[in-house]
Structures are given as C-alpha cells and as structure tokens.
Design a binder for this molecule. Structure first.
Ligand code: C2E
Ligand code: CA
Ligand code: CA
Ligand code: CA
Length: 279
C-alpha cells in the first residue's frame, strides 16, 4: 500500500469476481463504505464430525465496492488496521453477527454459533470488551453462540494482558478460539494459561494431509493434545474426503472447508443449513 497522506491509501488490487486489477482507494471512501453498509458478512458452515451436521458458521467479511465489485478481506483488512478504521469496521462486524444470530433464531433455525475474526489492533483496543458487551445487550443474543477467533501472535504480543482480556470475555459468556494454530510462535505453556475453548488447525496442515508423513504426525498430535486439554479442535481448509477420513481417524471434532461449502451470503447459507439439519 502506498500512503498518499491524510488517511488515504492506494493499493493495486485484485477483486474477487475477476482477476482484473484496479486501483482501490481507502480513506474517505472507506469511512463512507462503513456508513453506507457496503460491507457484507458471508458465512462458512462449520461441520461436526463424524455426523456432518452444521453446528456453526464463521463470519467472513467482504466489501461490495460500487465500482470494483467484491473485494476480499486480505486486501482491505491490513489497510483498515493501518488507518485505525478497523475499529468502527470491527464493531460493525460484531453487531452484524449478533443481529444475524437473532434473525436465524427468529426464522426458526436450530441454534448455531457464529465465529467472528478479530484483528490485532482491535484486540488491543481498551474498550473492546465493553463494546462486545454492549452489542450483546443491544441485540439480546445469548453470548454462548458468539465465538471470537484470535491468532497466536495477537495473544502473544502482550500475553499477560491477553489472559486478562480473555477472562473478561469468558465472564461475558463468549467462547474463544485460537485461529491458524501452528503457524504462530505461541508457547505451548501458554495453552494452559489462556482460557480458550477451541484450537483451529491452520489450513496449511490440512492441505498436506496424506501427502507428508511428518505433517500427518503433527496434525494427529495436535488433535490428541487438544483432546487431552479438553479443547475442541476444528480443522480449516478441508477440501477432500480423504482429509475427512484422516481427521475422523484422529478424532477431530469439527471441520470447515470448500468440501462442504465456500463462505455464503445469508440467503444461501440458510438454504445450505436446510440440507444439513441436526437430528
Ligand atoms: P481466516 O480467518 O483464516 O479465514 C479462512 C479463509 O480461508 C477465508 O478466506 C476462507 O474463505 C478461506 N477458506 C475456507 N475454506 C477454504 C478451503 O477449503 N480452501 C481454501 N483454500 N480456502 C478456504 P477469506 O474469507 O478471504 O478471509 C481471509 C482472511 O481475512 C481471514 O482468514 C481473516 O484473517 C480475515 N478476515 C475475514 N473476515 C474478517 C473480519 O470480519 N474481521 C477481521 N479482523 N478479519 C477478517
Ligand atoms: Ca478465522
Ligand atoms: Ca484461519
Ligand atoms: Ca488466516
């Protein structure tokens, strides 16, 4: 990203709908995009093993840009972080996810969780816990259905402060997950100290299942460790049946990936849920 000064950035940009490049400007337009609700949450189903029913969804943001079409979060989240606009955007995501939970409930769907990704700047924000508490109160959501996905590097930046923050979230009744597990630099000792409920194995490890014996040993051991620590473990980026077979063999509890579904807009997610009703 090239800084143009005064909260304005220009990036050479890949949109999601095609591979054409276009210039994307952030700053004034980004703020406006928040106000005009140009953002949308897509939902990727989380599937329980071995019965393969939908038990949750990960909320993944997209920017539906009036000229550029759908823009992927990898393009604009880093810029939103840099500019600080991640704070209002992150609040919008939390509130949208809470409203979505209520909408599904009102439509009569069996309760499922929504997992929301936090960025590091958002996680460092002093009043984050209050903001989430307020969002839960305003929407009346049962907090056990809201999960936060945090990365190892986010937690390790200031481990002591992270532990306190996580305890505050636990007191609110939320569940907490470590995202991209295995790719960061967290110390195993901290796994005992962080009050988390879920480990999410990074998709790079899932990709290599059945290809590389050492990799399989790592995945198997990670799942065994999580089970030993009474943590739930979820594998992300599952794309094949043979990966499911390995993961079932290792007693992995949940999966997420293109094998079942890409992230879907609300309407399509509802249709997907109907094909995968819990019995
Ligand atoms: P992530 O949290 O690791 O999310 C998983 C990414 O993997 C998503 O990309 C998802 O679409 C993709 N994915 C899911 N299943 C498969 C699969 O089977 N194969 C492959 N190759 N990919 C799969 P997406 O939606 O482009 O999101 C990218 C990243 O942007 C996320 O990585 C997350 O770090 C960030 N992000 C997304 N939404 C938000 C948000 O609301 N707030 C923040 N702070 N970050 C977000
Ligand atoms: Ca995630
Ligand atoms: Ca991830
Ligand atoms: Ca990631």
């Amino acid at each position: 990203a090239k800084s143009m000064g005064h909260n304005m950035y220009v990036v050479y940009q890949n949109t999601m709908s095609d591979n054409s490049n276009a210039y994307l400007t952030l700053g004034g337009s980004f703020r406006k995009a928040i106000d005009e609700e140009q953002f949308v949450l897509f939902y990727q189903p989380k599937i329980r093993l071995p019965d393969e029913v939908v038990i949750g969804a990960e909320a993944l943001i997209r920017w539906v840009h009036p000229e550029l079409g759908m823009i992927s979060p990898d393009s604009f989240i880093p810029l939103a972080e840099e500019s600080g606009l991640i704070l209002p955007l992150g609040e919008w995501v939390i509130r949208r996810a809470c409203r979505q939970l209520q909408e599904w409930r009102e439509a009569g769907y069996a309760p499922i969780t929504i997992s929301v990704n936090l960025s590091s700047r958002q996680f460092m924000q002093a009043d984050l816990v209050d903001m989430v508490r307020q969002a839960l109160e305003d929407t009346g959501v049962d907090p056990q259905y809201l999960e936060l996905e945090l990365t190892e590097s986010m937690l390790m930046a200031d481990a002591q402060q992270s532990i306190e923050k996580l305890h505050s979230f636990r007191k609110l009744g939320l569940t907490l997950s470590i995202d991209d597990f295995g790719t960061g630099y967290s110390s195993l000792a901290y796994l005992k100290k962080f009050p988390i409920q879920t480990l999410k194995i990074d998709r790079s490890f899932i990709h290599d299942l059945g290809i590389d014996g050492d990799n399989d040993a790592i995945v198997k051991a990670t799942i065994a460790m999580a089970n030993g620590l009474s943590l739930k473990v979820i594998a992300e980026g599952v794309e094949s049946r043979s990966q499911i077979d390995s993961l079932n063999g290792y007693h992995c509890q949940e999966v997420q990936g293109y094998l079942f579904s890409k992230p879907l807009p609300d309407v399509e997610f509802r249709a997907f849920m109907q094909g995968y009703v819990a019995s």
